[in-house]
Write a protein that binds this ligand. Structure first.
Ligand SMILES: C[S@@+](CC[C@H](N)C(=O)[O-])C[C@H]1O[C@@H](n2cnc3c(N)ncnc32)[C@H](O)[C@@H]1O
Length: 225
């Protein structure tokens, strides 16, 4: 991975709670956030007492390099969000400017926590479809805004291998959203459902309260039975 190709953009703990419907009981579980990037889920969750490990290829870089890249791409992301504003629901975030503030706050919290968390083993540089974790090392794996969303960039084989890998390391896996960037159901959803079901994994789609991208109203849930 080259940092010049990375577009860091991170969500907050509150957004993860809404995307994945996380009640307090879930927050007591051993959680893996896969593809967490510069989200503040781990930083905020750790402060609240949760046991969260995040993995992402971007964690191979230093704090100052990630910070520089965030500052570099931010104006461009804002311009693109303004151009594509009709694809989103603005009820809670209000405006592109407000969204920018919320995202920058989340990413600052991540950056402040990254060095400490890396030494504590809470931020692990790793990429799907191969994770450096033992079988069933986690109770719950969360994957926000990577699988399914980037269905035009991550092919069917990578989706199948990644989902199987997440099911290997965690007894329950949740992925949000299940739509692609255009807001329609991921073209890989059916094959993932078929493959995991055939392997004895219980799969379902569950409605969540989070609303931002139009069409993104459900999370994918896979449970090893
Ligand atoms: C759009 S960002 C989402 C970040 C965070 N999950 C959130 O929702 O705020 C997508 C993340 O997926 C990560 N990613 C890219 N390729 C990956 C892979 N093969 N395995 C795991 N994560 C990957 C990127 O580095 C990036 O941090």
């Amino acid at each position: 991975m080259e940092l010049a190709n990375v577009v860091p953009w991170g969500r907050s703990f509150a957004e993860y709670q809404a995307m994945f419907g996380l009640p307090e009981d879930d927050l007591k579980k051993r959680i893996l956030g896969c593809g967490d990037g510069p989200a503040s889920f781990n930083a905020e969750g750790t402060k609240r007492g949760s046991q969260i490990t995040s993995c992402d290829p971007v964690y191979q870089f230093e704090t100052k390099e990630i910070r520089r890249r965030i500052d570099e791409v931010y104006p461009d992301i804002m311009t693109k969000m303004k151009q594509g504003a009709d694809n989103y629901i603005w009820d809670s975030l209000g405006s592109v400017e407000e969204l920018g503030k919320v995202r920058m706050k989340a990413m600052s919290e991540f950056l402040s926590d990254f060095d400490t968390g890396r030494h504590q083993g809470r931020y692990v540089p790793a990429s799907l479809p191969s994770l450096p974790f033992p079988d069933s090392g986690f109770d719950l794996a969360l994957c926000s805004h990577y699988l399914f969303l980037y269905s035009d960039h991550v092919d069917e084989v990578a989706h199948l291998e990644s989902m199987r890998e997440l099911c290997r390391v965690a007894s329950e896996v949740r992925v949000f959203p299940v739509v692609s960037l255009d807001g329609t159901a991921s073209k890989h959803l059916d094959s993932v459902v078929t493959a995991l079901s055939a392997g004895g994994i219980e799969v379902s789609l569950q409605a969540v309260s989070y609303r931002f991208q139009k069409g993104a109203t459900e999370m994918f849930v896979a449970k090893s039975v």
